[in-house]
Design a binder for this molecule. Structure first.
Ligand code: SF4
Length: 336
């Protein structure tokens, strides 16, 4: 498979300052702390984790909508973090984002034509009649009527507004779209329509998606591979089927156990994690999950587990699970 984006040891730390006149840095919130993975051309890579795990920050840092603290992102071999503004501007055409909240991300005082046409003008791709023609094409592509190009965002439903956001992201023919929880603010009945649209567009235009979501249920049907983040770290990454059938990281298992199984003959025990996610300002030493992990041992408190490939592109960061034949949480409970 061809690698489109190579993410290596990416970090995004936010300084925390103390009070007083000459406030000094007293620590860092390590929102993303050394994350590495590849995104293959044409795939949908789902990225999940609870609020505050760093997934949205990571998505924005990959596009350099936020400045990184360290690491590198290679887009078709070019280092995004080292680019000068002019080069970065050219790259913006190829990497776009669809935001979670279509209400907040569209300027209420601009017509749909202006919203979708803005990137075309900013990048000098089309103006005037050519721009209007392209906007109409894009509206059709996302299933909206070109006759509505002069309406304002408030005249559309939530699902339609997200279609406008998608049309805007498509305007410059990007290769990669970061979809940041694109359906979670929408009614359940509308979610499937938007997901189907994204799938159709991917086929039609050969798009690559990094699809960020809160839980594993949301990315199950659209992802080729799925990555799981916890407290600024990638803890597991695998092909979709492998991850859902054979999760190795105890955190992934806990997330999966929360998804209801439609088949009543299959029973899966719900794994309830103890405690809250610790603060990213002071993450636990060793494995960051050890304060909540049902399997934690002494080594987990001392050493940070590296993310290793346990075979077939299944990556796991766990001292106990990064080998073969290690029982899962469920199996261990049965054996005990
Ligand atoms: Fe749990 Fe230890 Fe594995 Fe971390 S390294 S997930 S604490 S078993």
């Amino acid at each position: 498979q061809e690698v489109l984006v190579q993410v290596r040891d990416v970090r995004k730390w936010y300084p925390v300052t103390g009070g007083g006149l000459f406030s000094t840095v007293i620590g860092y919130v390590k929102a993303v702390d050394g994350v590495s993975f590849d995104i293959f051309r044409g795939e949908t890579l789902g990225l999940v984790g609870e609020s505050g795990c760093g997934k949205t920050t990571l998505g924005k840092v990959i596009l350099r909508l936020q400045e990184p603290t360290g690491g590198s992102v290679l887009f078709e071999g070019r280092d995004v973090f080292k680019m000068k503004p002019a080069e970065l501007r050219r790259l913006r055409r190829e990497m776009q984002i669809v935001f979670q909240d279509p209400y907040a991300s569209l300027n209420p005082r601009m017509t749909v034509e202006d919203i979708i046409g803005e990137p075309l003008e900013v990048h000098g791709v089309a103006r005037g009649a050519a721009k209007r023609k392209r906007v109409k094409e894009l509206l059709e592509v996302v299933g909206l009527s070109p006759a509505h190009a002069h309406r304002y965002p408030h005249e559309f439903s939530g699902g339609q507004r997200q279609r406008i956001g998608i049309a805007r992201a498509l305007a410059l023919n990007p290769k990669l779209i970061v979809c940041d929880e694109p359906v979670s603010a929408l009614d359940v009945s509308i979610q499937a329509q938007i997901l189907n649209l994204l799938a159709d567009l991917q086929k039609e235009f050969g798009l690559t998606y990094l699809f960020i979501a809160h839980g594993l249920a949301a990315v199950k049907h659209i992802s080729n591979r799925v990555g799981v983040m916890y407290l600024g770290k990638l803890v597991e990454l695998a092909d979709r089927q492998e991850l859902y059938r054979n999760p190795r990281h105890p955190y992934t298992e806990a997330l999966l156990s929360a998804i209801p199984i439609p088949d009543p003959t299959v029973k899966r025990e719900r794994i309830i994690l103890q405690g809250d996610v610790p603060s990213p300002l002071n993450p636990p030493q060793g494995c960051r999950f050890h304060t909540r992990c049902p399997l934690a041992e002494a080594v987990c408190r001392e050493k940070e587990p590296p993310l290793v490939d346990i075979g077939g592109g299944h990556w796991v960061a766990c001292h106990l699970r990064a080998g073969e034949g290690v029982p899962t949480v469920g199996e261990r409970d049965v054996a005990a």
